[in-house]
Design a protein around this ligand. Sequence first.
Ligand code: NAD
Length: 360
Amino acid sequence: MASPAAPVLPSHVKTVLVTGAGGFVGQRLLSSLLSLYPSITVVATDMRPPPIPSRLSVSVKAEERVVSLAADLGDPISIATLFEGRKVDLVFALHGIMSGGSEADFELGYRVNVDSHLALLKYTTKHHKDERQGAPLPIYIYISGLAVYGGPACEPKADVNGDDTPLYPETSYGVAKAITELYVYDYTRKNYVDGRIMRLPTVAIRAGAPSSAASSFISGLIREPLQGKRSECPVANGLDDPNLDEIPVYLSRVKTIIHNILFSSTVPAASFPAHSRCVNIPGVSTTTRGILDALVEVGGPDALKLVDFKKDEKVLAIMAHWPGSFRNEAALALGFHRDDVVTGFADAVRDFKAELEEAK
Ligand SMILES: NC(=O)c1ccc[n+]([C@@H]2O[C@H](COP(=O)([O-])OP(=O)(O)OC[C@H]3O[C@@H](n4cnc5c(N)ncnc54)[C@H](O)[C@@H]3O)[C@@H](O)[C@H]2O)c1
């Protein structure tokens, strides 16, 4: 499937703030912003100054167009420093504590996933009033996740229609995402910001260290064996286990996620339904067997020998509430892109292998 054309950012967008820019998705987003839009300035922030990507597909020097700042956004005072001396037109709010971390430290989860996001929204509103009179509202992209769903409608055989399904999050992380979605919606309703809420499926393949999420094994089954390391499959005790075929996972290729996050800032405000700014970013379904097949297809049969099979009942209990798929019609009608439903996961694996080779 051909890659979609790069989204054209609204012409007034000159300065973009990315929070969580040192994280997995943040680093990819930063790279794309710098490669695709040579005339914008990016303020990139995280707990530590985010690394500035060195491999860009443009000749303009990245260092001249990025301000890399350390800020703990759980401390409201540090938020002001991100806006000092500039007019921010577009915010990508990505920072957060993931599901395992939020369960392990309830207070920290709320401080970051709720309080700091409300503080950022408040400051973006103040910044617009004080510094951007007459300019279009700041576009505010809040990155949420499908963890806002749960309850009886969510099980492996379900094909969830996001608009008709109540939000019954099953984790503190999911509850915090749902709360912050409502804040972003209300700030938009009040005309304080032009908010858009993107619920991401699992993003594959996650580079770097494994995350604390239960879904971490999905990327781990590829990432580690492709680097000659062992990986554990918590879904099954062996290759003949029916779990490998029966429990679906729903995900999207990193490239597609980044395209869709950028695209979210280009959708005309009037195209969203009156009552919602939420978009379930399209993903595709596969199974653990599909993941292992892609590993063999891209890494060869020896890569599979690096997978140890050991059922983890805790992971299986969490997976029992993962819908096998989500309806994509609303997002596709707005112009969001979806991976190829047949080759999507293998494409993600090929992307990851290419990245490993590039980094050598
Ligand atoms: N990766 C996925 O599969 C996935 C799926 C659904 C939703 N999401 C959402 O996408 C966003 C990015 O995910 P990711 O995979 O890049 O996560 P990540 O953990 O790699 O990055 C999150 C970043 O937030 C930063 N952060 C945490 N607390 C902070 C604080 N107090 N102040 C400033 N920065 C802080 C962390 O240092 C980290 O770099 C998150 O909001 C996540 O919930 C991700």
